[in-house]
Design a binder for this molecule. Structure first.
Ligand code: ATP
Length: 306
C-alpha cells in the first residue's frame, strides 16, 4: 500500500499543478484587455473629414457596472490644435484614447469627430483617420523597413528613409549592419524603448492621419533621447488635431489646453502658465516632478564624479 501511496500522492500533486495552471490561464484571459465586440450600425457612414475637430460632450464611462471611470467629461480639441490630458495614475487618461478609437461604447454623452457621432460612422473609416503613437510599440519580426512602411504599405524606400529622418531614427538605421533591411523584433535586433517609439513616430509620419493620439511613454528616457523624441513628436503633431495622453508633464508645456483629470472629472483646465498660477493640483504635480528630476540629476552628477 505504501508503494502505491507515493505515486498517488504524486498524481495528486500533478493534478493540483495542472488545475492551478488552468486557473492561471483563465485568470490571464480575464486580465487580457479584450474589449467586447463593437458592431457598426447597419446604416453606418464613412467618416467625412474636413476640419477634424474632436468633441467629448458630458461623457460617462465605466468598464464595470459599479465602478464609474469617467463621470461627465467635456472638452474639445479644435482642428489642428493640441490638448493634453494629465492626472494621477489610474485617473482614466488612457481610457479617453481607447474611447476615441471606439474600442468601447460610452454609457452617456457623445463623442464626435468633425461633427459626426462615433456611433454613426464605420469603425474602419474612424481608425483610418486616427493615428496613434502608443506607449509601447510592438514590432513585427521583420525588417526595420517593413516596420516603418506598415504606416503606408506603398511607400518607397526613399519615403521610408524620409520619415525615419523626421522621426530622428535615420542615423541609427544607417549604423545598422544591413541598414533598412536589418531584422528587428523578438527574433532580430532588440530595440530600446526610445528607438521603438521613434519607429512608431516614423510609421505615423508615413500614415499622415488627420487626427493623432500620443500616448506618451511612462518609462523615463535619458534627456538627450527625450528631447529628440520631443522634436519628432512636435513635427508629427504640427497642424494635426492632437490628443496627448501625458504620464509625465515635460511634454505638455506647449499644449493649447491641458486638462487635469481626477476622480473621473476634470479638476482643472488651462494652459501650462495659467495652471501654475492657479496653484492647485497641476502645480503640485509639476513641483513634485521637478523635485524628482533634480534628485535624479544630482544622483547622476554624484556617480559621474565618483
Ligand atoms: P496611468 O497613468 O497609470 O497609465 P490612466 O490614467 O491612463 O493611468 P486608465 O488606464 O485609463 O488610467 O485606467 C483608469 C481606470 O480604469 C483604472 O482604475 C483601471 O484599473 C481601470 N481599467 C482600465 N482598463 C480596464 C479594463 N479593461 N477593465 C476594467 N477596468 C479597467
Amino acid at each position: 500500500l505504501m508503494q502505491l501511496a507515493i505515486p498517488l500522492n504524486f498524481i495528486g500533486f500533478v493534478y493540483r499543478e495542472i488545475r492551478q495552471g488552468l486557473t492561471d490561464i483563465e485568470h490571464m484571459f480575464d486580465l487580457l484587455d479584450v474589449p467586447p465586440e463593437i458592431v457598426d450600425k447597419p446604416d453606418a457612414k464613412p467618416l467625412v473629414m474636413d476640419n477634424g475637430s474632436i468633441r467629448f460632450d458630458d461623457v460617462h464611462f465605466r468598464y464595470d457596472e459599479n465602478r464609474p471611470i469617467l463621470k461627465g467629461i467635456s472638452f474639445e480639441v479644435p482642428y489642428g490644435k493640441t490638448v493634453a490630458v494629465v492626472g494621477p495614475s489610474g485617473a482614466g487618461k488612457s481610457t479617453i484614447s481607447r474611447l476615441l478609437f471606439r474600442f468601447y461604447d460610452i454609457q452617456e454623452g457623445a463623442i464626435t469627430v468633425n461633427g459626426q457621432n462615433l456611433r454613426d460612422i464605420t469603425q474602419k473609416s474612424l481608425r483610418a483617420a486616427v493615428g496613434m503613437v502608443p506607449q509601447d510599440t510592438v514590432l513585427f519580426n521583420d525588417t526595420i523597413a517593413y516596420n516603418i512602411r506598415y504606416g503606408r504599405m506603398d511607400a518607397t524606400d526613399e519615403e521610408v528613409m524620409e520619415a525615419a529622418e523626421l522621426a530622428q531614427i535615420a542615423d541609427f538605421i544607417r549604423s545598422l549592419p544591413d541598414g533598412l533591411n536589418t531584422m528587428v523584433g523578438e527574433r532580430g535586433l532588440k530595440l530600446s524603448g526610445g528607438e521603438k517609439q521613434r519607429v512608431a513616430i516614423a510609421r505615423t509620419i508615413l500614415k499622415a492621419p488627420p487626427i493623432l493620439i500620443l500616448d506618451e511613454a511612462t518609462s523615463a528616457l535619458d534627456s538627450a533621447t527625450e528631447s529628440e523624441i520631443q522634436s519628432a513628436l512636435d513635427y508629427v503633431s504640427k497642424g494635426r488635431t492632437t490628443l496627448v495622453i501625458a504620464h509625465r508633464l515635460s511634454t505638455v508645456i506647449g499644449a493649447d489646453e491641458i486638462i487635469v483629470l481626477k476622480d473621473g472629472v476634470i479638476a482643472e483646465r488651462g494652459t501650462h502658465n495659467s495652471l501654475l498660477d492657479e496653484n492647485g493640483l497641476y502645480k503640485a504635480m509639476w513641483d513634485r516632478q521637478r523635485e524628482a528630476q533634480e534628485t535624479e540629476e544630482r544622483l547622476k552628477d554624484f556617480q559621474e564624479h565618483d
